[in-house]
Every structure is written in C-alpha cells, then in structure tokens.
Design a protein around this ligand. Structure first.
Ligand code: ZN
Length: 179
C-alpha cells in the first residue's frame, strides 16, 4: 500500500476497525518513510464466479438477479427474505464448492432447484417450469410426480437439513393409461 504523500511502499497498520457488520475494514496506516498517516479501506468483493450462459456469453454471477427470480417463484409463498438469503448463500456455497472459476448457467439452475425443493415445493415447480422450459402439461406432471416418492414432511421448520438423494430413485411407472 503506497503512501499517498511520498509514495513509499513501506507502511504499517496502526489501527484496524470493522465497519458495517464486518463487511469492510478501515485501517489507519503510518508511512515508514515520511511518518505521515493515511487510511485504507478493505472490503470483500463478490465471489468472483463467472457464469457461462447457454449461448456462450460470460458474466459475473449476480446474486441480486437470482434473488429476483426466486422472489417471482416464491410469490405468495410463506417464505421470508431471510430464508431467501439463506437459500442464496447455500446455492453460492454449492457453486463455490464445485471449485471452478466458471460454471455453466445450468449448474446454477440445478443448484437452485435442489435447494428450493427442500424449501418450498410450489416454488420449486414454478422455478422448474421456467428453468426447464416445460413444453406441455406432461412435463409439469412428471416433475410434480417426481416430488411424491420422497416428499419430505416439511412442517414449517426451516431446518430441512436432510440432503435429498439425487433423483436416481425414480419409481418406474409407465404413463397411466387410466383405463
Ligand atoms: Zn510517506
């Protein structure tokens, strides 16, 4: 950190203080060359994850945008902002855990669906219908039926910590001819 007065790179921190709930830190520094003091601020950047869209375009992962989509899916559902926050954090963590600097947008969609399924089934279906672009009512029905076998009894509790198994356990069931 260069001194703004003499441009020496030699400075030491004389005081640090957290600002606004730890999101940034203010430091007082003293220049080792001219002895003058100056202030620096340090803050956490975004997670720096790059999303690769279907058409190949790249853009920075934008939690705000994702929150917007979740809000739409959660319209009139009994899910508060805090729970949306928590879900976004989990999705972000899921994505970071992949360990890649770039993730396909499909990975984000799947991560959201996985987390949303545990939170609210109606919102899950809404999100899936947009994200997976259901072509017809059969797509929708298949998705709803997919919820049935391992439907977790969500009794208002927020801590559905049971990771549902990947959907490999689909019950083999031919389309009911209903006759
Ligand atoms: Zn200096």
């Amino acid at each position: 950190m260069r001194c703004p007065y003499c441009h020496s790179g030699d400075s030491r921190v004389v005081d640090s203080r957290e600002l606004s709930s730890g999101e940034s830190i203010r430091r007082r520094r003293e220049c080792g060359n001219c002895g003058r003091r100056f202030t620096t601020y340090e803050r956490v950047e975004g997670v720096g994850l790059i999303v690769v869209k279907k058409d190949g375009r790249r853009q920075e992962f934008d939690p705000a945008k994702l929150r917007q989509k979740l809000r739409v899916a959660l319209t009139k559902r009994p899910i508060g902002e805090a729970e949306i926050d928590a879900l976004l954090k989990r999705v972000e963590t899921d994505l970071l855990t992949l360990g890649a600097a770039e993730v396909p947008s499909s990975a984000i969609g799947e991560a959201v669906l996985r987390r949303l399924k545990a939170l609210d089934e109606v919102a899950y279906i809404r999100f899936a219908s947009v994200y997976r672009q259901f072509g017809d009512i059969d797509d929708l029905r298949r998705e709803v039926e997919g919820l049935r076998p391992e439907a977790v009894p969500t009794v208002g509790g927020s801590g559905a910590d049971g990771e549902s198994a990947p959907a490999g356990t689909n019950v083999e069931r031919g389309t009911d001819a209903d006759g």
